[in-house]
Design a protein around this ligand. Structure first.
Ligand code: NAP
Length: 172
């Protein structure tokens, strides 16, 4: 079963994406965009699969996980690890191939280690990147966007008193 595989990420001007296991910023509209993109399906009978590293899973406040209306998958090397409400896998390829015909699309949602792995895959369909026009203190960074994606499409932007950002899409 072939599914489209997307990565979705928000990064600052220095490609920073995380600090101390958390997001370095709090931008409610951007979180809503993430929720909309990763939840929306054309077929109302289907859901999307979201794949994340164990650190990213633990960064989601417990009342908000699993992320609703999506099938949650957590990657860990620890065979004992349990993530309530999510399925765990020990290998990205196995996680991707777990998607059956109840799944419409696959979204890889981070963090840095998992983006690095998925960017190396030739079957990555596209990357949704929110470019945040600020610089933050970060300890986790987005790997370089693979060259094969070329110029991104600008899907629009938003700004408020504190921050401005653009939604980009890199497709094949
Ligand atoms: N800005 C954004 O859009 C965005 C999105 C997501 C996350 N983040 C941020 O990114 C940071 C987390 O990123 P991170 O790079 O530290 O961690 P991560 O990618 O979320 O998770 C790393 C963990 O995933 C597991 N893992 C990694 N490679 C694996 C493999 N090949 N096979 C099986 N399991 C594997 C390991 O879990 P075990 O240690 O359990 O083995 C590893 O410790 C946080 O600050 C988070 O807030 C930002």
């Amino acid at each position: 079963m072939e599914h489209n595989i997307y990565a979705i990420v928000a990064a600052d001007e220095n490609n920073g994406i995380g600090k101390d296991g958390k997001l370095p910023w709090h931008i409610p509209n951007e979180l809503k965009y993430f929720q909309d993109v990763t939840t929306k399906t054309e077929d109302p009978e289907k859901q999307n699969l979201i794949i994340m590293g164990r650190t990213t899973w633990e960064s989601v406040p417990p009342p908000h996980r699993p992320l609703k209306d999506r099938k949650n998958v957590v990657l860990t090397r620890n065979p004992e690890y349990q993530a309530d409400g999510a399925e765990t896998f020990h290998d990205l390829d196995e996680a991707i191939h777990s998607a059956d015909d109840s799944i419409e699309s696959i979204y890889v949602i981070g963090g840095g280690q998992v983006f690095k792995m998925v960017f190396e895959r030739s079957d990555l369909t596209g990357i949704f990147l929110t470019q945040i026009h600020q610089s933050h203190d970060c300890d986790t960074f987005l790997p370089e966007i693979p060259q094969r994606f070329g110029e991104p499409k600008n899907l629009g932007g938003e700004e408020n008193d504190e921050v401005s950002y653009n939604y980009l899409y890199y497709g094949r």
